[in-house]
Unconditional design. Structure first.
Lengths: 408, 312
């Protein structure tokens, strides 16, 4: 009978092997290895079950999982294939009332840790918030639980803002009431007010009008930006009536009369700055149809700067299309294309067919073509594949197939 | 002297050297060996390649990294060396060992059998509809390998099909986890003859969630597998109604309250996410270091293949 088996102590045997049999009393190396082999098998055979404490289960998600083809595609995307389009997949699945396969959420959360724009798309799934509470690497402010106000009471400014955004999604009025807390500093009010951009409604108008008189300039500016976007607000009416006096056509040319300063409504600065602000904050429909080219006159830089901002703020498709056509022509005439980039960057995805066609066919630079491939109308990818298809067409086809699968 | 005899002699002398080397490690202390780094292990591994014991060489090369593989590495290193010591001793016994166990020993030393010979020489092939329990992929040097675990729907037999790929090649993905594949399998010889070659097969088809067992029964099955082949290190199982847990370590807990840890190198998050904290059916590979989950069935949903996450 071997002495190591007799004592039955695996830790002693491991220690003896680590320090070496030359230094210990007891059997020689072969005896020790014999005992270790027997004990190894005995320990494996005699393995006893342990105990473990599972976490509290996650609430059920009533949304069904996407179909097999769509699920396979998102699995390939999180594995690195065209992963830049994951945001569009998540948005499209959400619009169809579907959710991504649960087992892919850890990979999506890994991506979201480095890609903030994915977080709001994931935050609406209860299982994401449940996982975020179990893994510190995923415990991002966006996944906070709106029913637990700990981040609001004890968190950093970033955590408080993210929690307020979560509250705004579930209970818009409560978020507004929390903002009215007189204990908030001016810097906090300015940081938190833009949270109201989500689920903005006429119920917010009274509060925002009052914020136009706030002591702090950044709060006033944030309130003006929100009122600009609030459909049918008194602010929009004031802008539209100011706009009526801005432009006049005289002898085939546009004559511009800059508005008077109106600091409460964020119309400030030099006459040129006031023109930009007024145009940028007026719903484009107030001007009627987009003006034809060559009519812009000496105020063209200000009018264009304002219209580009307005087209983005109001998501106006007609104006985006007209301005894109104008800026593509201007670019061919040698002018820089920053405004074109800014305009298209703000256009909602997917772009309408006319805009996609214009950009794809009108000699746009490669960077803008790449934007059209990733954001344009995916129906342009609905053509039979060929070996020599250029990359933008392959991207459009990938998106076209991706969206079709989500409808299955 | 024919080739087989020549190899037998090389292996015998190589294993003699291995036994001596193992004894030297234990005599001088494994702490010294563990800190000696790769050249120390590569040298004996290269000797085993020369002695035509490639499977042993691969294990030895893997041991150089042992001290960096987390808590408890000392015990695992002792286990590894002790089981190699036992393997060398078993080979020396030669004809004293039962024929099937001798085949298992030869396989672990690195004697290979050609797949065609296995199929041609198999007198009792098994035809069944095989449930694909799942895959486990590993990477050694530049060779990827995939273990595809199967369970016969009619016979209940377990089988293992291996796929290998060099850099740039792809592994066999024609056995989708959770599917049924009608096939005829020919077993490789061995005391615990799990490994099989595919003699004939049909296309995969979707299958319902499988019947499984409990952790207590898994451990009984594992013990009887080890009784046949003490070197066995992976054992396939389907566990019914197990809940993933994180505390005290990532584990699976069954309805009886028994739990087993997951393998520390397995990614437990996809399984936890698929379960939502509720009981699921899990096909796993049981190993001495814990369960390696391969496939999960949650509710009535399709089987979930639990491949490593992130870019592949």
């Amino acid at each position: 009978v071997n002495e190591h088996l007799a004592t039955g102590s695996w830790p002693d045997l491991v220690t003896a092997a680590l320090v070496g049999t030359d230094r210990g009393a007891g059997s020689g190396p072969d005896g020790l290895l014999d005992s270790a082999a027997r004990l190894t098998v005995a320990r494996r055979v005699g393995r006893l079950p342990a105990t473990a404490i599972p976490p509290d289960p996650c609430e059920e998600n009533p949304r069904p999982v996407t179909g097999p083809a769509a699920s396979d595609r998102i699995a390939a995307m999180v594995a690195g294939h065209r992963s830049v389009l994951i945001a569009e997949w998540l948005t499209a699945a959400d619009a169809r009332g579907r959710r991504p396969p649960d087992h892919l959420l850890p990979a999506l959360l890994d991506l979201a840790a480095g890609t903030p724009r994915l977080r709001p798309l994931l935050a609406r799934h209860p299982r994401v918030r449940w996982l975020a509470r179990l893994n510190p690497a995923w415990d991002l402010p966006e996944f906070a639980d709106p029913s637990d106000d700990t981040p609001w009471r004890l968190g950093t400014r970033t955590q408080r803002r993210a929690w307020l955004a979560a509250v705004r999604e579930t209970d818009p009025a409560r978020a507004r009431q929390l903002l009215a807390d007189p204990a908030l500093s001016a810097a906090e009010r300015a940081a938190f007010l833009p949270v109201l951009a989500a689920r903005l409604s006429p119920a917010d108008e009274e509060y925002l009008e009052a914020a136009l008189d706030d002591r702090a300039a950044p709060v006033r500016a944030a309130a003006a930006d929100l009122l600009t976007r609030l459909q049918g607000s008194g602010y929009q009416t004031r802008m539209t009536s100011r706009a009526r006096h801005l432009l006049r056509e005289q002898g085939g040319r546009l004559v511009v009369t800059p508005p008077e300063p109106a600091p409460r409504d964020a119309i400030t600065g030099t006459p040129r700055q006031r023109v930009i602000e007024l145009v940028a904050r007026t719903p484009p429909a107030a001007w009627g149809a987009p003006p034809r080219e060559a009519d812009y006159g000496e105020w063209e830089p200000e009018l264009l700067a304002g219209w580009v901002r307005a087209a983005a703020t109001f998501g106006d498709q007609d104006w985006t299309l007209a301005l894109t056509a104008h800026l593509l022509r201007a670019r061919r005439a040698g002018r820089p294309s920053e405004q074109l980039h800014a305009l298209l960057d703000a256009a909602p995805v997917p772009w309408p067919a006319e805009l996609t066609e214009l950009v794809l066919t009108d000699g746009a630079p490669a960077g803008i073509i790449a934007m059209a491939a990733h954001r344009g109308d995916p129906a342009f990818g609905d053509v039979p594949p060929r070996d020599d298809d250029p990359e933008p067409l392959r991207i459009l086809r990938f998106r076209c197939d991706m969206l079709k699968e989500l409808d299955d | 002297m024919d080739r087989a005899q020549q190899r037998a002699e090389r292996v015998a002398s190589g294993l003699g050297e291995l036994s001596q080397w193992l004894a030297d490690q234990v005599r001088g202390g494994l702490a010294a060996a563990a800190s000696a780094g790769y050249p120390h292990w590569d040298a004996i591994a290269a000797r085993m390649v020369d002695a035509q014991c490639p499977a042993i060489a691969e294990r030895l090369r893997g041991l150089a990294a042992a001290p960096r593989e987390g808590p408890g590495w000392e015990g695992r290193l002792v286990e590894e060396l002790a089981m190699l010591h036992l393997l060398a001793a078993a080979y020396r016994k030669g004809d004293e060992l039962p024929e099937q166990l001798r085949a298992s020993v030869r396989q672990r030393i690195g004697f290979t059998t050609r797949q065609a010979d296995v199929i041609a020489g198999c007198d009792r092939p098994v035809t069944d509809t095989w449930l694909v329990l799942g895959w486990r992929d590993t990477q050694h040097e530049r060779i990827s390998s995939r273990r595809i675990w199967l369970r016969g729907a009619g016979t209940g037999q377990l089988a293992l099909v291996l796929s290998f790929a060099a850099a740039g090649q792809t592994l066999d993905d024609s056995f989708p986890p959770g599917d049924h594949v009608p096939a005829t399998l020919a077993r490789y010889p061995g005391a615990l003859p799990l490994r099989a070659a595919v003699a004939a097969r049909a296309e995969p088809e979707p299958a319902p969630a499988p019947q499984g067992t409990t952790i207590a029964k898994l451990l009984t099955g594992w013990a009887s597998a080890l009784a046949k082949d003490p070197w066995q290190e992976s054992w396939p199982v389907v566990l019914t109604d197990v809940t993933p847990a994180l505390m005290p370590v990532p584990s699976l807990a069954d309805q009886a309250g028994d739990a087993l840890p997951l393998h520390p190198l397995a990614d437990h998050w996809p399984l936890l996410a698929a379960s939502g904290g509720r009981p699921v059916t899990v096909a796993a590979e049981y190993t001495p270091r814990g369960l390696w989950p391969m496939t999960a069935w949650a509710g009535s949903a399709a089987p979930v293949p639990l491949q490593p996450r992130g870019p592949r």
